[in-house]
Design a protein around this ligand. Structure first.
Ligand code: TRP
Length: 334
């Protein structure tokens, strides 16, 4: 039996950070070993919010692809592509637009929340309201069965299932399987240096393309146990220390145990502890940096990877579109 198909996408809106690495990319890497994976740069989705400044999107798209490759996404295993290169997404989006009630879109919690959060942008556009319809087209055009996403995307996935169900029902054919979310595991909540969720817009992120110096500086600036102003005060790393969440991700278990004991016994100071952490983070990022440098030196690599990714994606998308057209219009229309 053929491996199940997995599909996911990311909007090219800026550099990736450790939150993406642990919350998303590690998951994608594991999946490419077991499934047939399609991963794409959602540049049309980026346009829904960045339409006033679209010129930066191509640069972000290339950067995103470079980061995916440098963490180990393998174009021999996964199909990597750019959404806007596969025009069939737009056709399916248009057809779905005909069958989706506007009320489904207006009651979407992610939509309402984004309108609230991005007050400085005018998002009262047709495209922004239709965001999840485009996302449904992205997923269903590949008949993906599994979609790795974060919890914030669950409403979109539910809508995708509703659209699939409605299409199958209206035209009385099981064209689309109902895709299921694959929630990413444990480390989804990587804290930023100030203790809030790591996010580019909070200015608290450690980026994958930060230099060694920047990583060291940021780790040393991380919030620790605020109830422990002096080294001689006993700490409570598991409950009160922000940096401890990163320590757990980057330190062998036996050493984590020691750190906890030494911190509780007021033998290990926060500064020394973070120095050690910084070196561990740097050590973990070094292979990513090295791979990135190597990829950057290989001319024509992008073109090659994308040509192959686009060929594979287009083939799958075309096949679905042919079926969709036939179900809709009947055979031999023109
Ligand atoms: N909406 C997703 C996000 O913001 C990106 C996305 C677009 C996506 N199309 C998709 C994710 C299809 C999964 C499947 O992160």
């Amino acid at each position: 039996m053929a491996a199940k198909r997995v599909l996911s996408g990311m909007r090219p809106t800026g550099p990736l950070h450790l939150g993406h690495l642990h919350g998303v990319l590690k998951n994608w890497l594991a999946l490419q070993e077991k499934y047939e994976c399609f991963y794409f740069v959602a540049d049309w989705h980026a346009l829904t919010t960045e339409y006033e400044n679209p010129r930066r999107i191509p640069e972000f798209s290339r950067e995103l692809l470079l980061e995916w490759l440098s963490v180990g996404l393998d174009p021999a295993k996964s199909t990597l592509f750019i959404q806007s290169a596969i025009k069939e997404h737009a056709e399916l989006y248009l057809l779905f637009g005909m069958i989706v009630p506007v009320s489904w879109l207006e009651r979407n919690p992610t939509y309402k929340e984004m309108l609230q959060n991005l007050k400085h942008r005018d998002l009262s556009t047709f495209g922004f309201l239709g965001y999840p319809v485009l996302q449904a087209a992205d997923i269903l055009i590949y008949k993906a069965e599994k979609v790795p996403v974060g919890v914030d995307q669950l409403p979109h996935l539910e809508l995708t299932r509703e659209i699939a169900r409605r299409f199958n029902y209206l035209y009385d054919r099981e064209v689309f399987p109902l895709p299921e979310p694959l929630l990413s595991r444990e480390a989804a909540k990587v804290p930023g240096i100030d203790g809030r969720k790591m996010s580019k817009s909070y200015g608290n992120a450690i980026f994958l393309n930060d230099s060694e110096e920047e990583v060291r500086r940021k780790v040393l600036a991380m919030v620790t146990d605020t109830g422990r102003p002096r080294k001689s005060d006993p700490g409570d790393p598991e409950n009160r220390c922000v940096a401890f969440n990163l320590i757990r991700l980057y330190t062998p278990e036996a050493r984590v145990k020691e750190i906890v004991e030494e911190c509780r016994a007021a033998r290990l100071g926060c500064k020394d502890c973070k120095r050690e952490l910084a070196e561990r983070v740097i050590e973990a990022l070094t292979p990513i940096w090295e791979r990135r440098a190597e990829l950057e030196s290989r001319k024509g690599l992008f073109e090659e990877i994308l040509a192959e990714g686009h060929r594979r994606a287009r083939e799958a998308a075309r096949r679905t579109l042919e079926e969709v057209r036939e179900v809709l219009w009947g055979p031999r229309y023109f």
